[in-house]
Ligand binder design. Structure first.
Ligand code: ATP
Length: 281
């Protein structure tokens, strides 16, 4: 870990006991450097992450069924897409299983809410990325009353059981909730409306959703209070500064990969004998 981190990201960002209303979305918990330091470090740490992911991928090719799954949650404009492009973009795409979850299709609606999630889980050796996730089923589903309260109330336990099962089966979960201030969100939405190359990121519903922020805040609070567990803790990411978000998620992923304590898979051939054969080939 670089000395620019006073505290490892996994400790500085851990959600335990945190009140969402108290989040300073411009803060950089645990980090003592500025933007320039952060950007330089991101380049360096992106390479470390790529190396670790290659090792996991190599092990997966040799039958290791472990995986890492990054779950990204956040309100519109929080920067989930930027994490996918800039953090996940720094690793080998062959080793990435990416899934984005939008409004469920008619078929998905006929199934249990975890049905589509299970189908998208990373294969052994892969880094999975969920851009939105099963948590939408206790966030948007609750805020917009898409299901009765008794149904979403039950889901926290179902989610905890599901995530326990996942971690026991060898998936290291990294759950990140990204928060921008309402002012920063307005600035980012304005940018999407003023720059033609950003129109594609805008949907008119994003403006309507702003009115629901207090309800989302309550729903996010319950997510943190009820689904941050020892086996799958939540990390809360102040996301006004994009460089910090990207650096912090890179660090969280590096820590998750390091927990797997990976080494290169051994050769299933005799390298010395193969070198001799190559010399005469
Ligand atoms: P994003 O807003 O994530 O950057 P996007 O604007 O392209 O991406 P889509 O992928 O079309 O959006 O879908 C995201 C929308 O789907 C969000 O409004 C989200 O609340 C909604 N959504 C996701 N999961 C569910 C769910 N289980 N039930 C209802 N709505 C959901």
């Amino acid at each position: 870990m670089s000395e620019l981190w006073k505290t490892p990201a996994s400790r500085a960002l851990r959600a335990d006991g945190l009140r969402i209303a108290d989040i300073d979305t411009s803060a950089r918990p645990g980090f003592r450097g500025g933007k320039k330091d952060g950007e330089a470090l991101l380049t360096e740490r992106g390479k470390v992450l790529a190396g670790l992911q290659e090792k996991l991928y190599a092990n997966g090719r040799s039958g290791d069924n472990r995986s890492v799954l990054l779950v990204l949650q956040g309100m519109d404009t929080a920067g989930k897409g930027g994490i996918v492009r800039h953090v996940i973009g720094s690793v080998d795409p062959q080793g990435v299983d990416h899934a984005a979850f939008g409004v469920p299709t008619e078929e998905e609606k006929r199934h249990h809410f975890l049905w589509r999630i299970r189908k998208a889980l990373p294969r052994g050796g892969q880094l999975g990325v969920f851009d939105r996730s099963h948590y939408e089923d206790v966030l948007v589903a609750r805020v917009h009353e898409l299901v009765p309260e008794a149904v979403w109330q039950q889901r926290y336990t179902e989610i905890n059981d599901f995530e326990q099962e996942l971690t026991e089966a060898g998936t290291e979960l990294v759950k990140v909730a990204m928060f921008v201030s309402l002012d920063e969100q307005k600035r980012r939405l304005r940018e999407r409306l003023e720059r033609p190359e950003k129109y594609w990121k805008f949907s008119p519903g994003d403006i309507d959703e702003r009115a629901y922020w207090p309800a989302y805040q309550q729903a996010y609070q319950d997510v943190l209070d009820r689904t941050s567990t020892d086996y799958a803790p939540w990390y809360v990411l102040p996301a006004d500064a994009k460089w910090f978000s990207r650096l912090a998620v890179t660090e969280l992923l590096i820590e998750a990969f390091q927990k797997l304590d990976l080494s290169w898979p051994p050769a299933n051939f005799d390298p010395a004998a193969e070198l001799r054969r190559l010399d005469t080939a």
